[in-house]
Design a protein around this ligand. Structure first.
Ligand SMILES: NC(=O)C1=CN([C@@H]2O[C@H](COP(=O)(O)OP(=O)(O)OC[C@H]3O[C@@H](n4cnc5c(N)ncnc54)[C@H](OP(=O)(O)O)[C@@H]3O)[C@@H](O)[C@H]2O)[C@@H](O)CC1
Ligand SMILES: [K+]
Length: 475
């Protein structure tokens, strides 16, 4: 799924409308919204006729969509109460709802909130600034307390459409019905968690001339794109990963990174990290070799801690003209510029350090931060976290890996993730694909095996996940 910024959406809508807005797009939006609302009522209440719906209406076209859709429901026998919560509601929409038999009431005249089967959030759409006025936030909070499911129109009011930030009060929707294209807030945390199920209504926008802001992968695309070995693939065709991770202080990082590379499907793994990790690796992964030699992707940096020869180790790896993954402490040893065949895998704190900004600035606008990281270093950057973003230097579109459960993020999961990405990189895939595929495999595996599994065990499950996909593809 692709997402476009508010500025792009406005452009797309203008192109679809032509010089005059005759309301066609709003009618398409309202028709799609009404169909989803009717489905939700049927699912939740068992029927549409006779249900009771509350519509929160703001001052713009988002409220207009909600009112026109509510008028369609009212004509089907739904009892609709609409309340203007902000500014002056869309005049034609209001007239249409009244003509269809809907009530327009003040907040003081509302029924007990738990009498409503559904609420519609038509407060703010893409014209909204983040946050909600206190009285609106209060009503939204009371609806949540009364367990009334909310269907958001276009986006949950209060969230920042372009960044996914939620700096103040915002709606938490069970379902969000968006029009034409998804917006970044639907795909980026923390707004994504408030979006609920996302339904895209086609209103006839032609996106072919716009480069998307985000490109979010799904499970099927990951399985299609995985570098499955051909019948004739030997270990070199699958790819050799050279792992230089861990230290005497953090031997586990070297072990977990190796687990990732092995279970991500590398043809061979050479471990050139510390002595302290080798006995455990030999005991658990006897296929790993310790002799230096030819590799097709490097993996460096996880668990290095302070490393006196870190600059040299990275410089030598880069000079070998083989792609690589640079993780954690290794990122601080990078040269000024890296080729985009190299992948950096920072978490928010490491990316903040790289950019010389506060961690909170990365968390507030991860999209801008990951792009800045790629621009600054020349490398491909995978920003780890609740939403895993992959940016390439000079490429507008940022890719979004398949999200997983929050169990995944724990000490060591970044080390195994680096290994998974390095395995894909060694097979010859470009760094951005290695990043998306590695991160998505780990997330989907965690989703299929929920619970707090240690990262090296989750890495083993990744191999099972690949095996299951393989069997589906080769019945
Ligand atoms: N364009 C199209 O073709 C189509 C558009 N469609 C629909 O239109 C929606 C966009 O409509 P829109 O542009 O009217 O903006 P919308 O979000 O309804 O409200 C803006 C108003 O809210 C106000 N305001 C903002 N933030 C605020 C805050 N925090 N607290 C208080 N007030 C705040 C703001 O005030 P101002 O900025 O002027 O101060 C302004 O008055 C879009 O999401 C989709 O649903 C579909 O029908 C498909 C076709
Ligand atoms: K809304």
């Amino acid at each position: 799924m692709q997402a476009f910024t508010v500025e792009q959406v406005r452009r797309l809508e203008r192109a679809a409308m032509g010089p005059q807005d005759d309301g066609t797009l709003m009618q398409r939006a309202a028709a799609g919204l009404a169909a989803v609302l009717a489905d939700e009522l049927r699912t939740r209440a068992g029927h549409v006729y006779g249900t009771h719906v509350l519509v929160l209406v703001g001052p713009g076209n988002n409220g207009g969509d909600a009112l026109w859709a509510a008028a369609r429901l009212a004509r089907r026998g739904v009892r609709v109460d609409a309340v203007g919560v902000l500014g002056t509601p869309h005049a034609e929409g209001l007239a249409a709802l009244r003509a269809a038999g809907g009530r327009v009431v003040g907040t003081e005249a509302l029924a007990a909130l738990d009498a409503y089967d559904l609420a519609v959030d038509g407060v703010l759409g893409i014209g909204g600034r983040p946050g909600l006025p206190d009285d609106v936030a209060d009503l939204v909070g009371r609806l949540a307390d009364a367990c009334v499911p909310v269907v958001a129109v276009d986006l949950p009011s209060g969230v920042a459409a372009d960044t996914g930030a939620v700096p103040g009060a915002a709606v938490s929707a069970a379902v969000t019905v968006t029009f034409g294209v998804a917006k970044p807030c639907h795909l980026l945390e923390p707004a994504r968690a408030r979006t609920g199920r996302l339904v895209l209504v086609d209103i006839g926008l032609d996106t072919s001339a716009e480069e998307p802001e985000l490109d979010a992968w799904d499970a099927a695309r990951v399985a299609d794109a995985w570098p499955w070995p051909a019948r004739s693939s030997d270990k070199y065709a699958k790819g050799v990963v050279g792992v230089d991770c861990g230290s005497e202080t953090y031997p586990g990082a070297g072990i977990m990174a190796t687990y990732g590379a092995v279970h991500g499907g590398a043809g061979m793994v050479r471990f050139v990290g510390p002595e302290s990790a080798r006995a455990t690796i030999t005991a658990n992964l006897p296929d790993v070799v310790f002799a230096p030699g030819r590799v097709q992707a490097h993996l460096l940096g996880s668990g290095w801690g302070e490393r006196a020869d870190g600059d040299r180790a990275v410089a030598d790896a880069v000079a070998s003209e083989v792609p690589g993954v640079l993780d954690a402490d290794g990122i601080g040893h990078r040269p000024d510029r890296l080729p985009d065949s190299w992948l950096l895998t920072p978490h928010a704190g490491e990316l903040a350090r790289l950019l010389g900004i506060e961690r909170s600035e990365v968390e507030d606008d991860p999209l801008a931060a990951v792009r800045a990281g790629a621009g600054r270093t020349g490398a491909t950057v995978l920003l780890k976290g609740a939403t895993q973003l992959v940016a390439r230097p000079g490429v507008r579109t940022v890719e979004v890996a398949v999200p997983g459960p929050s169990w995944t993020g724990r000490a060591g999961s970044g080390d195994t993730l680096g290994g998974l990405c390095a395995a894909v990189l060694a097979s010859g895939r470009p760094a951005h694909e290695a990043a998306v595929l590695g991160a998505s495999l780990q997330a989907q595996t965690a989703a299929a095996h929920p619970g707090p599994l240690p990262p090296h065990v989750l890495a083993e499950r990744c191999a099972d996940r690949l095996g299951a996909w393989w069997q589906e593809r080769h019945p």
